[in-house]
Design a protein around this ligand. Sequence first.
Ligand code: PLP
Length: 428
Amino acid sequence: MLYKRSSQLFADAEKVIPGGVNSPVRAFKGVGGTPIFVKSAKGAYLYDEDGNQLIDYINSWGPMILGHAFQPVIDAITERAKLGTSFGMPTELETKIAELAVSMVPNIDKIRFVNSGTEACMSAIRLARGFTGRDKIIKFAGCYHGHSDSFLIQAGSGLSTFGTPNSPGVTQGTAKDTLLANYNDIENVKALFEANKNEIAAIIIEPVAGNMGCIPPIKGFLEDLRQVCSDNNTLLIFDEVMTGFRLAKGGAQELYNIQADIVCFGKVIGGGLPVGAFAAKNEIMNYLAPIGPVYQAGTLSGNPLAMAAGLAMLEALNQDTEIFKRLDEKTAYLENGIRKVLSNNNVKFTVNRVGSMISVHFDKGAVVDFKTAKNGDNETFKKFFHGLLNQGVYIAPSAYETWFITDALTYKDLDYTIDAIDRVSKEL
Ligand code: PLP
């Protein structure tokens, strides 16, 4: 495939945008080469500036669960835009999407909309600190909760790709309030509670980790976290920015039957527009301004275009009783195909999957935390990535990312992908 125009556009972009991209994960630093510039997308396919068609396994890093340019979302945005794009005043639309989200997700009474997953997690932490009167939080190595200061401590994919575990610009003062634990290691968490008695406001976790590849919680881990939090009057925050409205209508809370105290959303909830949200029971949410003391705000929060897109997306997911089953079946089909061809070609690999989140790791051992995720052979991944790209299959340009399966993928697309992986794995 030719990427002549993309390369030129990247060279132009580099002159005026740091690294040529507005989010580091879009760069090809981890795999070499230059990023592909997209012109348009429809269903399961991307069309780039050189006229190539690519099967998309990133799907805007999660939001496009029903495919690109999903008609009800496009119609909702177009109709809404004609009425004005921002007012900074309440609209009925905000209540409608809030009512729907609250009806779909277990264990929440109220939801506040923001503009990104980062804002959702950042605000959830402030709320947890305000509610408990404590400063410290526990996060897990390899989990990413956005780029706000408290979270940029061993934060998975983007930072792992670049080998900068902590970012300059995050103060020591902020870092000292973030305690780090190993994913799937409850003893580690208990030891942190022991050493920081009555000081921990919240544990924040991706209930299925998606930023060090896909890592499922081992049996009992989330239950144990719930128990430890309840025992210590600490809030359990599920960062469902990836898993929310993807693994089930009610996200990971529903899938694993665990009640979190605060839940964060992003990606799917905005239907492809910039939306995040955080939600909890009344007791906690009523701590927020303007009724409570914890301040949180946003000029464009609840923006009508974003809410129209999100509402159309949630309505489609809510009405389709088979959607999560269908996504699971398609991804299981892909998983089985990948396992078969990689085994036949004697590649050392591990595949992890929960529902429509899946990742391939080039190491034979189980991948259960950040340490084991880092065992993957990056040179093999680079060849795998470029080999697939050459065959028109676009996966994330980093070994630490999850693939997001969309319902727009047909079994023909999946077969094509499995055959492409077969061809590429003969060269690894
Ligand atoms: N939380 C998780 C689990 C994420 O995967 C991400 C982004 O990938 C975020 C938070 C941050 O969301 P955003 O990029 O919308 O700020």
